[in-house]
Every structure is written in C-alpha cells, then in structure tokens.
Design a protein around this ligand. Structure first.
Ligand SMILES: [Cu+2]
Length: 247
C-alpha cells in the first residue's frame, strides 16, 4: 500500500512539474509582433517600439513592413544596426500644417526594415519609431505589419475587436488616452494604461509588466506554469524524503 502511494505521489509530482514547464514554455512562445509606446497620450510625441520576437514558423525574418494609420503623417524611424530602413511615402490630397510654419504634402504610409542578414528564429529585434500622436482621445491606432521570412511570411494585419478573441495574426495597436488630470473621455483598457509606463498593445506584451495586453494571456500562462512546476517539484521532494524515512 505504502509503496503504491509513494509511486502515485512521485508520478503526480513529475506530471505537475512537466505540465508546469509546458505552460511556462507556451507562455513565452506566444508573443507576437507587438507595439509598445512610451506614451499614448493623445496629441503628444511618442516613441513606438515594434517588437519581433520570432520568425515565420521557425524561418528567419528578412523584412518587416509596418503600415501607419492614416492619422499619422510624419514618422522618424530609428536606424537599426543590421537593417536597412525605408519610408514609403503617400501623397496627401490636402497639405497638412507641419507645426513649424510649413506644410506636409505627403505622409509616411509605411516604414520598411529590411535585414542585411536574416534575423534567426530564437532571437528578437525591435524597431523604434518617433511620431506625434493624433489629438483624438480613445482613438485606436492600428499598425498592420507584414513580416517576411526566408520561407514564407506572416501578415500581422487582423484587427482585434473589443471583447472578441484575439485573432491568429493580430495587428499591433494602441489606444490613445487623455493626459493625466484631463477629464477622462476614453474608457481605459488594458493597453491604455496612464502614460507613465510603456504601454504594450496587443497581442501584445511581450515585455513590459506595466500594461501588456497581448501578454495578458501568455504572461499568466507562463506564471501558471512556474507555479505548477514549483508545486510539482515540492511534491517530488516530499515523496523522496518520505520514501527515505520509511526505507
Ligand atoms: Cu507569435
């Protein structure tokens, strides 16, 4: 009887630990191409970080083309070692005041980073874009991104609808917030945390614990995995100690 119990305990311990590891691994792997922002306050200048945490089904990334929402006119991409960067412009129907006494006659439609050497699977990179956010509090800015790889490509272009499940290839987005102290007009969501901390949107968290919409799922999964793993390990040790005492 005792040895049967010991055997069951040990099996349970190993099982829990294994499950914990799987969940932890799953949590980590499910990060997608995401965008985070130094601030989401409407009308302010922000630096967006578009993160690429993995390739296309294991194939290395050769380029990432990030489309700008039409409200965005000017973008200053950060030079990234190992990548060429190009701004694809689009003519504006009506010129827009540039805030410096001049006018924009064209807008940045897309920013394309092309790798000098493919970014291998298992490594990440991130692209920083400086820009001025539109004035519209509560506006959802979607940045569809096409990730091309040595083999295949992944279109991160599916818009995540409020309250709906995350699509398979969610387009990175942020939601604009009111400046602190301003009368709140937008309903704060996970990805519209006050501008103090970088905001990661969707599907997106990759990294920051402040407000990560995307990783809301995968982060929890990871932690669950960790807890289960710890429980499994503890149960295992207990079973071991017990078996030593009785033998
Ligand atoms: Cu992913």
């Amino acid at each position: 009887m005792r040895s049967a119990l010991r055997h069951t305990l040990r099996t349970a311990a190993v099982g829990t630990a294994a499950l914990g590891l799987v969940l932890f691994g799953a949590g980590a792997a499910s990060a997608h191409v995401t965008v985070s922002a130094t601030t989401t306050v409407a009308g302010s200048y922000t630096v967006l970080t578009v993160s690429v945490p993995h390739g296309c089904d294991g194939s290395g990334t050769t380029s990432v083309a990030i489309s700008m929402p039409e409200q965005i006119i000017a973008v200053t991409p950060t030079i990234n070692q190992g990548w060429d960067v190009e701004k694809k412009m689009e003519k504006l129907d009506t010129p827009v005041d540039n805030g410096h006494g001049g006018q924009y006659t064209e807008r940045v439609d897309q920013v394309v980073y092309t790798a000098k050497d493919p970014l291998p699977e298992g490594f990440r990179d991130a692209f920083e874009l400086s820009l001025k956010l539109p004035e519209e509090v509560g506006a959802k800015l979607v940045f569809p991104a096409i990730q091309k790889c040595e083999k295949g490509e992944t279109p991160w272009t599916e818009v995540t609808e409020e309250g709906a499940d995350e699509p398979e290839h969610p387009a990175p987005f942020i939601v604009l917030t009111a400046a602190e102290g301003a009368a709140p007009t937008a309903v704060p969501t996970e990805s519209t945390a006050p501008s103090a901390a970088p905001v990661i949107a969707p599907s997106q968290v990759s990294a920051d614990s402040a407000a990560s919409s995307d990783s809301g799922g995968s982060g929890v999964v990871g932690w669950l995995g960790l807890v289960l793993g710890a429980i499994g390990a503890a149960a295992g040790v207990t079973a071991l100690v017990r078996s030593r005492k009785t033998s």
